[in-house]
Structure formats: C-alpha cells, structure tokens
Design a protein around this ligand. Structure first.
Ligand code: GLA
Length: 389
C-alpha cells in the first residue's frame, strides 16, 4: 500500500469515520545558496525536496477542528473551535495549522465549517529542512482545496510567512514558504525576495548527487539567535541609510558596500551586512554558473558561502563546520555548505555519484571523532511544490 492509502486508513481509524479524506502534500526544502539574504531583500536559490508533510482532511458539519499528527502520537487529538484559534503553547505543533486557519479567515476567506485533519511528515525532525513551513503550506493547500477558496499559491506562501512572523513569533523571511509552495520537480528557484520575481533553473545533475548531511544536533536557541541576526542587519541598514537611499541591504553591490561600510557604527553589524551583500552577489553568480554548465564554479561559490556564514555571519558552529570541512577534503566533492538557518541542522554537498558511499563513510568518521555521535545522510531528490495528491 502506498503512503497516501495507508494514511487514509489511519485517518478513518483515528477519527472513527467512514469518510474518505482528501490528501495534500507539501515538501521540505534545501537552499543551494543565498543564506540569510531573504529578510535582507536579496536573492535565494532553494529547491523543494521529496521529503515532506502529508495532510488529510474532511470538512465537518460543526465548528470544531480536530488535528492529529502521526509524528506526535502522545499529543493525541488536539481540538479547538473555529471561533477560538488563539496561540496556545500547550497545543505544540498544532499551532502551525491553527495559525493558518486564523490568518486565512482574517484575510477574508469564508471558513464556516470545522475539519478533521491528520498530518504525517517524513522530513527529519528539527533538521533545518523547513518542517514548519511544510506544515503551513500543507495546511494552505488543504484549506484551498477543502473550502474551495479563491486564492493562489503565492498568497498562501505569504500567509505562511505571516503565521511564522506574527503568530509563532519568528522573524523569518519568505524563502522557505516560497520554495515549498512554488517548488518544481528537477528545478531550483532563483527568487528575488524584494520583488518576489522568480525564475526556475533546471537542476538535474548527471554525474553528481546532492547529499544532505544532518548534524543531528538539536537546534536550541535557533529562534532567538536568528532574530538577533535580523536585528543586527536592520541596524546596519539604518546606519547606511544616513547617506544612501536604499530600502534593504539587497540593493547594495559589493562595491557600494565597500565604499560605505564605514557608516556602520558597530563592527559586528558590519560583518553581518557584509555577508548579506556578498552572499546576494554570490547567489546571482551561482545562477550564471549553473546556466553555463560550470558545476565546479557553482561548488566554489557554495564553499565561499559557508566561509562567510562561518566567519562573518557566525551561524555555523562546531557541528556544521566539522561536516563541511570534512566534506571539502573528500575526492569528488564540488562544493559543500550549511543550508537553512544554521546553528545545527543540515549541510549539503555536491558529490560524484560513484563516490557517495566513501564520502558518507569518511565524513561520518571525522564527525563522530569530533562530536561523539553520527551524522545522517540522505540523497536529495528535487520534487514538486505543495499540491493535492
Ligand atoms: C530559515 C528562515 C528563512 C531564511 C533561512 C536562512 O530557514 O526560515 O526565511 O532566512 O533561515 O537563509
């Protein structure tokens, strides 16, 4: 039995119903390059992956919403009413779909009936592959489908970010929701986060695989450090605006930054802004390299990105640095870097297909030696964005 059919059976037994639910899926994402540039009005280059979140739902006749996640069976069925969707710490993971319901209604959509919804995600937990944005977008396409909402994917993407920013309280940018909502099989998305203009770039590697390497490190404090980086960039921008009429760091060229960086009063903020500007330039260059078929050049830019995240943005840490350094030292590796917010989570590496086994073995040996436990390895498959299946 395939996953969707098995989940459909689970749905019926958990919610004690004969009804057949509709099934929706939203992927997770990796980011090839362009890190911590989204909330700075720069470019990102992510792709949706085949791991993701299933959401199966049926509309109810009353106003009740019942959520169940196969990933958190101890939490049982979480119930709430359409008329009381306020954030509640004790609801844990269910706050993401609750936030989607609340903000979809607040955007003026008619949702008068409740629903029973079952979730199941196979994205490695807490690995920085955007499991939360995946739940948001799985809920977004489910809401659109079940309630026949007149809306488009980009609106759902923006709603997902709003849930994160205003309901959950993490000041994240638009990258994750966009990659997950708008993803396309075998393509990466070059997105201008200032204008939301985007282009799909074919990403099919003949002789290489993209290997995802999970540090298996719990991302403690990730939210607060993330918000701190964002504030530092905003302060740097404020200083630059004394002389420059720019609305975001993404509008600055590297030359423009060099000529005006003295305006940034705080040395740490200078480094943060430098990363944002240079990373944005690298991301645009990476698209060119890919289009020219220069995968080696693309890999070099990934390496530079990691160095900048390590030294200027300071979001890597012992675990990610150990993995990426070890990856760089292996034969057949074109490039490697952390992906996502950092502070733990995952790295990615472009590795010759024939050498992936020895790559995993060697990188893991170094990692185990450094931190005392294993990393996990997955081969990335670039799949479609959120949809009904
Ligand atoms: C997290 C956020 C994104 C982005 C990345 C860093 O994944 O959710 O918006 O800022 O970190 O690039």
């Amino acid at each position: 039995m395939n996953t969707a059919a098995a989940l459909s059976n689970d749905f019926r037994s958990i919610f004690k119903t004969e009804k057949t639910p509709r099934t929706f899926f939203a992927p997770g994402r990796i980011n090839l390059i362009g890190e911590h540039t989204d909330y700075n009005g720069g470019h990102v280059f992510p792709a949706s992956i085949s791991f993701g979140t299933y959401a199966l739902g049926v509309k109810r006749d009353d106003q009740m919403i019942r959520f169940y996640s196969k990933n958190f069976p101890d939490k049982g069925i979480i119930e709430c009413s359409l008329s009381d969707l306020a954030f509640d710490q004790s609801d844990g993971w269910a706050n993401y779909p609750k936030g989607m319901f609340l903000l979809t209604k607040a955007a003026g959509h008619q949702i008068v009936h409740g629903a029973d919804i079952l979730y199941y995600g196979n994205i490695p937990h807490g690995a920085g592959l955007s499991s939360s944005a995946s739940i948001e977008l799985a809920t977004g396409v489910l809401l659109k489908g079940l309630y026949d909402l007149q809306t488009d994917t980009i609106s759902m993407v923006k709603l997902g970010q709003k849930v994160e920013n205003e309901y959950i309280g993490v000041g994240s940018g638009i990258m994750d929701q966009f990659a997950i909502g708008m993803g396309k099989k075998d393509h990466a998305i070059l997105l201008d986060c200032r204008t939301l203009d985007y282009t799909y770039a074919p990403f099919v590697l003949k002789e290489h695989d993209v290997i995802i390497i999970n540090t298996n490190k719990q991302r403690t404090l990730a939210g607060s450090k993330y918000n701190e980086r964002r504030t530092q960039c905003e302060e740097a921008l404020g200083d630059l605006q004394q002389e420059l009429s720019i609305a975001s760091l993404g509008e600055l060229t590297m030359e423009g930054f060099e000529a005006h960086q003295h305006l940034i009063r705080n040395e740490i903020n200078q480094k943060r802004a430098k990363h944002a500007v240079y990373e944005n330039a690298r991301t645009l260059k990476a698209l060119e390299k890919l289009r020219e078929g220069d995968l080696a050049g693309f890999g070099k830019l990934m390496n530079e990105s990691h160095l900048s995240l390590r030294d200027d943005y300071e979001v890597t840490g012992l675990e990610l640095d150990a993995i990426v350094q070890a990856a760089w030292e292996q034969d057949g590796v074109l490039g490697a870097r952390m992906t996502g917010a950092g502070f733990g989570g995952c790295a990615i590496a472009i590795v010759e297909k024939d050498r992936t086994d020895s790559f995993k073995e060697r990188v893991n040996a170094v990692y185990r030696e450094t931190v005392g436990y294993d990393a996990a390895f997955y081969t990335a498959a670039i799949g479609d964005g959120a949809k009904e299946i």
